[in-house]
Design a protein around this ligand. Structure first.
Ligand SMILES: N[C@@H](CCC(=O)N[C@@H](CS)C(=O)NCC(=O)O)C(=O)O
Length: 220
């Protein structure tokens, strides 16, 4: 049963990393069906994901896209360990942070800064668009300010235990940590640096780096 999870992704995708991190936290084995850059915009991938994005999870005869839907599905079928807090206000904070991740951190911060600094140069041979990066910085500061405030002095983003929010946010932050913008974004927000350090010590992050996922994709 457990070995029937397949994650379709181009290695490097932070959204796919969140899904693989959840599978690892839940001690489930999975296979990576690697996509070549561009293959996500054509068949057969468009039949799995009509929006031409990643990740897609296959579980036996069930195929699912949208990272939050996948994470919540995994939580329901693999409830141990719990990655959604039981306490209502912590659960609400988790939902809030996942919304911040989807709407602001992913699309308007990492999707711009991480794309122009890392993905574009590495996968498409593009030169970073400095104007686009500069234009993303004001909102990036709001996002980092909020994540730092919500984290406070806790171990994890919503409680003392890892939740889906940590698994969604950490892959984006690990990307941004490799950009020159990181030091300005984390100035006065050292709790975020310490939190990312703790996340990066976990097996779920160590086994899902870009290089590690590229190896998994090769192994099929
Ligand atoms: N709302 C989708 C977004 C997925 C998404 O945009 N993934 C990125 C990679 S992290 C992607 O597919 N980028 C390729 C593209 O937009 O062409 C989700 O949460 O799964």
């Amino acid at each position: 049963m457990m070995s029937s999870f397949i994650v379709h992704t181009i290695p490097g995708s932070p959204a796919a990393r969140a899904v693989m991190a959840a599978l690892i936290e839940k001690d489930a084995s999975f296979r990576v069906a690697g996509l070549a850059p561009g293959a996500h915009k054509i068949e057969p991938h468009l039949s799995r994901h009509p929006f031409g994005r990643m990740p897609v999870l296959e579980h036996d005869d069930f195929t699912l896209y949208e990272t939050q839907a996948i994470l919540r599905y995994l939580e329901r079928i693999l409830p141990s360990p719990l990655l959604i807090p039981e306490e209502p206000r912590e659960a609400a904070r988790m939902d809030q942070v996942m919304g911040i991740s989807d709407w602001y951190l992913f699309q308007r911060v990492n999707g711009v800064i991480g794309f122009h600094r890392i993905v574009g140069p590495r996968l498409m041979g593009l030169t970073p668009d400095e104007a686009a990066i500069a234009a993303a910085m004001p909102l990036a500061h709001v996002v980092f300010g909020e994540l730092s405030r919500l984290l406070g002095d806790k171990t994890c983003l919503v409680s003392q235990r890892v939740s889906l929010a940590d698994l969604m946010v950490a892959p984006h932050m690990d990307f941004l940590a490799q950009t020159p913008e990181w030091s300005a974004l984390t100035r006065g927000r050292s709790n975020l640096i310490e939190w990312l350090g703790r996340m990066n010590e976990r097996k779920c992050m160590q086994l899902t780096t870009w290089e590690a996922v590229a190896q998994l994709a090769k192994a099929g």
